[in-house]
Design a protein around this ligand. Structure first.
Ligand SMILES: Nc1ncnc2c1ncn2[C@@H]1O[C@H](COP(=O)(O)OP(=O)(O)OP(=O)(O)O)[C@@H](O)[C@H]1O
Length: 587
């Protein structure tokens, strides 16, 4: 019996590893194969402090957990600016360095590690020293359950929505005003701390730490358990841990294989299992959004705010050009661009470009392919750093700011290729746009999640309702719960417009809003752009359809070879034979 209890206990400890790794990989998309190494930092810290400073269980646990979190934080500061593939390499290097250090330092016991000088005692919790597996089960549940709760709470909240945004499209997440770097650093540090906690528990449970307990193979095993269980699903992590951890004991005790053979065969089964899983169920045993409780799974797909088709009919936003509200007149330019230049090697994509966007007006940027229109949007929104020049929004210099900061200052954009978060629902896509700008500091308040849950729930409800309003506005409330990737291209463009409106930015940059869109959606988009303008937004569109430009734009800038060469109405520009030739290739 003790044997199976022991295995159950190890599953509980490893669940702490896999649940936290799932938050890091499954939610934030940051792949680390050094999770066991952070466990080593925790385990060795607790063991060393017990041996040399007489630390008992709780101080050892705090030191090990905090130490691993701190080293995770320090490592993440440079690492999370790297591309994902380099992050994987870096975590392998970290794992190798940690193992080399603990294996080489004499005070840490070298290859033999450190043996505990006394068993764990949870005093002031009664029960005395923990000597047998059965005594450990309840305390370990007591550690695994809060780990699950904290990771689940972080993952399922608005905070986790930003993590999923980062995972699916970091560029789009930044463009919505979220400081993705801070989110990544926090999640890396928190998950490293949980790995440290699991490492401390392994030390106290096994009564020994040694390099082999936390080797790269163990990190890979934790990684495999997490993938096996299903990324983005914490119950899946527990399931994946149990399946992988139970394989060898079942082969030994139920199938009655020799331990040596059982070890080899479990490796074979494990390899074949992963190969089959990758082929037939790459999302893992329990994929993201799938619950063991059918009712909860359904809840996730259909958000509560989606009530009925009748309630979700598009708001009548007025279908004709005449405005319902008059745009501000004579307010002057909200955006002033002077001498903007950008070169890519030998290609001058933007050359000494100057333009003003008048408050509450619609401007258009037109020109032949490769003229540099998208580059201008990228420069204005901070996606590219300018070589020289100035961009002033409401008189405030934006040059040098990143895309998230620019969005928070009040200028947001759509993308030529839409860039919705395909796995998230249309509603979540819009909700993701709402806090980045409101929050000012780049986001959702993690402290509210745990310290003020009611406030967090209220904020979530009001965001959900606000996002539904934006979806109603574009006529897509009835597909609020549908994954954005499953919508038609025209619908996706409308969701991206709703998302843009949800940012509450003053200046909206629309990159080819009508391209590739069915005629009926184009009309809708035109109405929406006029609606936004009438609500005081300043809009600039890059668009190849001159029909769309004619319908919308008050002022048109003509761009050639990275420079604005003409300005006027579309009729004035197209009646100039030289510009017509540049644009259409013919007079
Ligand atoms: N990241 C980049 N690296 C190198 N060159 C780039 C980059 N982005 C744009 N360019 C180059 O800058 C020039 C302007 O490109 P840009 O996409 O801004 O033009 P565009 O007017 O938007 O074209 P289109 O109408 O076809 O979208 C092109 O020659 C392009 O190849």
């Amino acid at each position: 019996m003790d044997y199976w209890i022991d295995i159950f206990n190890v599953v509980l400890i490893f669940s702490i590893f896999t649940i936290s790794l799932n938050l890091l990989i499954g939610y934030a998309g940051q792949v680390s194969v050094a999770h066991a190494a952070f466990g080593a930092i925790g385990g060795y810290a607790a063991a060393y402090l017990q041996a040399n400073a007489g630390f008992s269980f709780w101080p050892g646990l705090a030191a090990g957990t905090f130490g691993a979190g701190l080293i995770g934080l320090l490592m993440s500061l440079p690492a999370l600016r790297l591309r994902p593939e380099y992050l994987v390499l870096l975590t392998i290097a970290v794992s190798a360095i940690v193992l080399a250090i603990v294996g080489a330092v004499a005070e840490l016991g070298g290859a033999y590690g450190i043996t505990a000088s006394r068993p764990a005692d949870l005093w002031p919790i009664p029960g005395g020293p923990l000597l047998f597996p059965i005594q450990w089960t309840l305390p370990l549940i007591g550690f695994a359950a809060p780990t699950f709760f904290v990771c689940w709470r972080m993952g399922q909240s608005a905070w986790g929505r930003v993590l999923r945004g980062i995972r699916d499209d970091e560029v789009a997440t930044r463009a919505l005003g979220h400081n993705v770097y801070i989110f990544k650093v926090i999640v890396f540090s928190v998950t490293s701390a949980f790995a440290g906690l699991a490492g401390v528990l392994l030390f106290f449970y096994n009564q020994i730490v040694s390099p082999s307990v936390y080797g790269l193979d163990v990190s890979l095993k934790i990684f495999a358990m997490t993938i096996f269980g299903g990324l983005g699903n914490f119950v899946g992590s527990i399931l994946g841990t149990a399946v992988v951890q139970l394989l060898q004991p079942i082969l030994e005790n139920v199938v009655k294989l020799e331990p040596g053979n059982a070890f080899l065969i479990q490796l074979v089964i494990y390899g074949i299992g992963l190969a089959i899983l990758v082929r037939v169920r790459p999302q893992g045993l329990l994929p993201e959004g799938v619950s063991l409780l059918p009712a909860r799974a359904a809840e996730r797909v259909a958000p509560p705010s989606v009530r009925s088709a009748a309630a979700t009919k598009a708001v009548n936003i007025g279908t004709s050009r005449p405005s319902q509200l008059q745009p501000p007149t004579g307010a002057g330019p909200i955006l002033e661009v002077r001498g903007l230049s950008k070169q890519f090697g030998g290609i001058v994509a933007c050359r000494d470009l100057s333009l003003d966007l008048e408050t509450g007006k619609i401007a258009a940027l037109v020109g032949p392919n490769g003229a540099g229109k998208t580059t201008v949007f990228n420069l204005l929104t901070g996606a590219f750093g300018a070589d020289s020049g100035s961009i002033k929004l409401n008189g405030e210099e934006l040059c040098g700011l990143g895309p998230d900061a620019v969005a928070r200052k009040g200028m947001a954009r759509t993308f030529q290729d839409v860039r919705l978060f395909a796995r998230m629902s249309a509603l979540e896509n819009v909700m993701l746009a709402m806090r980045g700008i409101e929050g000012g500091s780049g986001g959702e308040k993690l402290s509210d999640l745990f310290l003020h849950p009611r406030r967090a729930a209220r904020a979530e409800r009001s965001e959900r309702d606000g996002a539904m309003e934006h979806l109603r506005l574009v006529g897509l409330a009835d597909v609020a719960g549908t994954a954005a990737g499953a919508l038609s291209y025209g619908q996706q463009k409308l969701v991206s417009f709703a998302r843009l409106m949800a940012t509450d930015a003053d200046v909206l940059l629309l990159d080819e809003p009508a391209s590739g869109v069915d005629a009926r959606w184009v009309d809708k988009l035109l109405e929406l752009v006029v609606y936004a303008r009438d609500r005081g937004k300043t809009i600039c569109i890059v668009e190849h359809s001159l029909h769309v430009v004619e319908q919308l734009a008050d002022t048109v800038f003509f761009m050639e070879l990275g420079h604005i060469t003409a300005k006027g109405t579309i009729r004035e520009l197209t009646s100039d034979p030289r510009l017509a030739e540049v644009y259409f290739g013919t007079v």
